[in-house]
Design a protein around this ligand. Sequence first.
Ligand code: PLP
Length: 362
Amino acid sequence: MAHVKLHIPGPVEVSEKTFKAFCSPMIGHRGQGFKDLYAKIQPQLQQLLYTKQLVYLSTSSAWGVMEGAVRNLAQKKVLNCMCGAFSDKWFDVSKKCGTQAEALQVPWGSPIRAEQIDAKLATGEFDALTVIHNETSTGVMSPIAEIAALKKKYPDVMFIVDAVSSMSAVKLDFDALGLDVLLAGTQKAFALPPGTAVFVCSPAALAKAATAKDRGYYFDFVEFQKNAEQNMTPSTPSIGHIYALASKLDDIFAEGLEARFVRHAKLAGLTRAWAARHGFTTFPDAGYESVTLTCVNNGAKPGGRAVDVPKLQKLVKDQGFLIDGGYGKIKGTTFRISNMGDETEATMNQLYAALDNAMKQL
Ligand SMILES: *Cc1c(COP(=O)(O)O)cnc(C)c1O
């Protein structure tokens, strides 16, 4: 069967080069070969996240580390900042972990703003908060610098940030922002196959995790740190992913971080321009649009055009591209187009041509 190229917001298209690296011959995870591999990528990961902390590799999807963050760091009460399907679900995760949790819900399409968090933290009830930097379901990017600035006012609150669909596409300066946990899965902007998560913890987060009695076994952050100090992971990792990540990090630094960030922002702008050309508006509040994907408004909000989304998807798929038909309660009243990973202006133009073609038949 012919391959349909992925323009859904994860998993995204994986290059031949990455797949070749993924299929490197297997090695033992306690041997020198593995330690050398991790030691090679560790400084690159630190540079990518602008941190002096060790960066950890978890063989799980992002949710594993998201749950782990709650179990390791929320001992009193966690504030779950919710603005879309993924951030909303984090509230359920907290409750299922038996952690006291409160929802800070804003309408889908809106970002989380610092003043809303400030008002909640001022109660003194919370010792942790979760925020999603780039809410993939709505295509909204919340102002992370503005949110992180609150850390100075509330130094004892753990700031846990999901950057699943923005890490490596946007500058996230972990140490300067003063965050406590920053995490991502590899199948989004890294453009690797799904199955591994990358994350980093502040010294304060590690100290707090060490005091958490029920932090669990598989996602024990203290164990991740201990093992990373030896260039190892707590349990047998997906070694293929780590080879693929090594290959991708070489690509990332060959391109240059700044160029990579600019490329993502520019391509998202091109998708918004495509949408505007066809009379669509976009779903996020103006000024908070993601740089890795575009959530097109197709009737979820007043204004703009609306089309038969399943039909649009089929017409585009027949030309070899998969786009997303909207997530959760905005399925069909929005649709989403990803530009994350290895996309270029040339590859995006191929997609827009297919979309243009499809629009003529609607
Ligand atoms: C994809 C995604 C997740 C979930 O990742 P899994 O790999 O399914 O665990 C969480 N948060 C955001 C923002 C995402 O885009």
